[in-house]
Design a protein. Structure first.
Length: 606
């Protein structure tokens, strides 16, 4: 009996004793016909279906040839039909190995085999691996006599199973779990994600009837046309519930990645960094534990995986969020002699520029801290190496100095702490610094001695300053004096002043979608301003839940949403509803509003 050559598996495995003692099932089947050469016949059989039609065509051709003789309609021309020469080719194949083997099966083996087939009609024989897969696992024992030798074959299902612990720890299994988790979470939060991305909401086909309470709330939302904030979801899990959200930043390459910094309330010296993804709203993609509270973060534009982190103990570190291991930190300033001993309030990467020496895009990491120094950091073999770009010198007030001398008070430092920094989107070498004494200094990377300009309007520390992403001449600032100031860089007085409550303004942010929209955050409320609609009061004033203190604010990069962090470790995503944004980004509208206010102030002075 001929035996077909066994097909080798793509992945060759070493033969073990367990494989030799395993049961082997061989299934012999007839192969399909393989056509090596086919030449269609030029003759038609008389019994064929189209024989009559071919006969009629032949008679018509014979009649045509008969009438052609002596007719002026036809002319004789010689034609040559090429008949390609045939070629005989010989092929050689491997000889079919024939082996005579004798086997003996007891009547009980035959009986057990028939019982298996009747009980498990859905069993499948896999000829490539020689294993039988059935609905339930059984222990099969049989006796095989081959070539005069006796060999007992036993298959135990428990021995062929892989270790479940090894399967769970494998990378492929972990990746499959990650994809499955994202799909399940995406299905659960599909309405919220659709609202975030401004996509249609898919109705659940298994849902037959909508609850009455949900129907009423939906009708109330549709009937209300006033602007409001609609809660979509909140980023939170076990480790963040006892933490304070201190800062947030988006990845500059992937708008789905959000990095959030936390401060542990139970241990004031510990911090936490979580990298959340919009593909999984329940659990973060990365979790990094820090030795100190995280105060500020910023992603690199050239290396999107590098996250710069400022901490409350004065440390500046760079993390690579692409790493899943326990050592994602690729550099820190702990060994640097220039390390600050006071909190680093903000870190920011400069705009990438072409280097004249390296002929590549380069960027610098800048930090501002309470020691009154603006420091530039660079990676080296020992970590981060820093050099001072500017020292924020305290402005001298002769009256206060004289009173302090009379009271025998000693001024401990001539430098004022810096709280915030932001680089101009067009003139990338110029930046603004907000100080503890309420002044805003305009500085340059090429001048480490003097300020370019100084803006004085706040009476308390400046908590945040930010250039408009649409107009390089306009910027916003907020302070602990409860006021928000709108500035133009060529005027030393604020263009507009906003204030609705006598509370500390923690941060102010420009919208990345509309040039006239910005948001401000207090401990108990969030305000959304639209200068195109009203310059006297915010169009949205959203109050926090009782007992909840808000901490930070951030606009979404590709959606009309705003993210709010609080004292309970939650980052809540809100949708801006019924906000009449009009067409385009209205860059000219912001310039017109600023120009109108400056003209009005000039007329009032005259």
């Amino acid at each position: 009996m001929p035996v077909a050559p066994k097909q080798e598996d793509d992945l060759k495995q070493p033969v073990t004793e367990k494989m030799l003692n395993g049961e082997v099932d061989i299934c012999l089947t007839e192969t399909h016909i393989i056509s090596l050469f086919e030449q269609p016949n030029t003759f038609v059989s008389e019994d064929a279906d189209d024989a009559e039609a071919q006969k009629e065509r032949n008679s018509q051709y014979a009649e045509l040839c008969k009438n052609r003789i002596g007719s002026l309609k036809y002319a004789e021309r010689a034609m040559l039909t090429i008949n390609e020469a045939t070629k005989d080719k010989q092929t050689q194949s491997d000889t079919i190995a024939k082996v005579d083997k004798g086997t003996y099966a007891t009547i009980w083996d035959i009986y057990d085999s028939f019982c298996d087939q009747s009980e498990n009609p859905g069993s499948v024989v896999n000829t490539s691996r020689g294993q039988e897969t059935s609905g339930e696992e059984r222990n099969i024992s049989s006796t095989l006599y081959a070539e005069g030798s006796t060999m007992e074959i036993c298959r135990n299902s428990s021995n062929t199973e892989l270790d479940p612990q090894l399967i769970m720890m494998s990378e492929s299994f972990q990746h499959s779990l990650l994809l499955m988790e994202r799909i399940i979470v995406g299905n659960i939060f599909q309405p919220q994600l659709a609202a975030y991305r401004q996509l249609p909401i898919l109705e659940d086909p298994d849902r037959t009837e909508m609850p009455k309470t949900e129907t009423r709330s939906k009708e109330c939302e549709e009937s209300s046309s006033s602007p409001a904030l609609k809660r979509l979801w909140a980023f939170s899990f076990e480790l963040t519930r006892k933490c304070i959200v201190t800062c947030m930043t988006w990845n500059k390459e992937d708008p789905n990645i959000l990095a959030v910094g936390y401060s542990d309330t139970s241990d004031q010296k510990r911090g936490l960094i979580c990298c959340w993804s919009l593909k999984n709203l329940k659990w973060p993609e990365r979790v990094f534990h820090c030795d100190s509270c995280v105060t500020s973060m910023d992603f690199s534009a050239i290396n999107p995986g590098q996250l710069a982190v400022g901490m409350s103990d004065g440390t500046v570190a760079i993390y690579n969020v692409k790493f899943r291991n326990n050592r994602p930190r690729i550099g820190n300033s702990s060994e640097c002699t220039r390390k600050s001993r006071q909190p680093v309030w903000q870190v920011q990467w400069t705009k990438p520029e072409m280097s004249s020496l390296r002929k590549t895009m380069v960027e610098s990491l800048i930090s501002v801290s309470s020691d009154g120094c603006i420091t530039e950091w660079s990676l080296c073999s020992s970590g981060l190496n820093g050099r001072d770009l500017m020292q924020l010198k305290r402005s001298i007030n002769f009256k206060q100095t004289t009173e302090a001398l009379k009271k025998k008070k000693i001024l401990l430092s001539t430098l004022t702490p810096g709280h915030c920094i932001d680089f101009n989107p067009v003139e990338s070498t110029n930046y603004l610094v907000g100080t503890d004494e309420g002044h805003i200094h305009k500085c340059s990377l090429f001048n480490d001695q003097y300020f370019l300009d100084t803006y004085k309007a706040h009476a308390c520390p400046v908590n945040h300053v930010e250039w408009s992403p649409f107009s390089a001449n306009v910027f916003l600032s907020c302070s602990s004096d409860s006021y928000i100031q709108l500035w133009r860089q060529d005027h030393y007085n604020p263009v507009m002043t906003f204030g609705t409550t006598q509370k500390v303004v923690l941060a102010v942010r420009w919208s990345l979608k509309q040039s006239t929209v910005f948001a401000a955050i207090y401990e108990q409320q969030v305000e959304i301003w639209d200068l195109n609609q009203d310059i006297m009061k915010p169009i949205i004033m959203h109050h926090a839940a009782p007992g909840v203190r808000l901490t930070c604010l951030l606009f979404a990069t590709d959606s009309d949403c705003v993210l709010v962090g609080d004292h309970d470790g939650q980052v809540t995503v809100y949708k801006l509803k019924n906000l009449s944004t009009g067409e385009g980004k209205k860059v000219d509208t912001l310039e017109d509003i600023v120009h109108y206010e400056l003209s009005r102030q000039l007329k009032a002075r005259m």
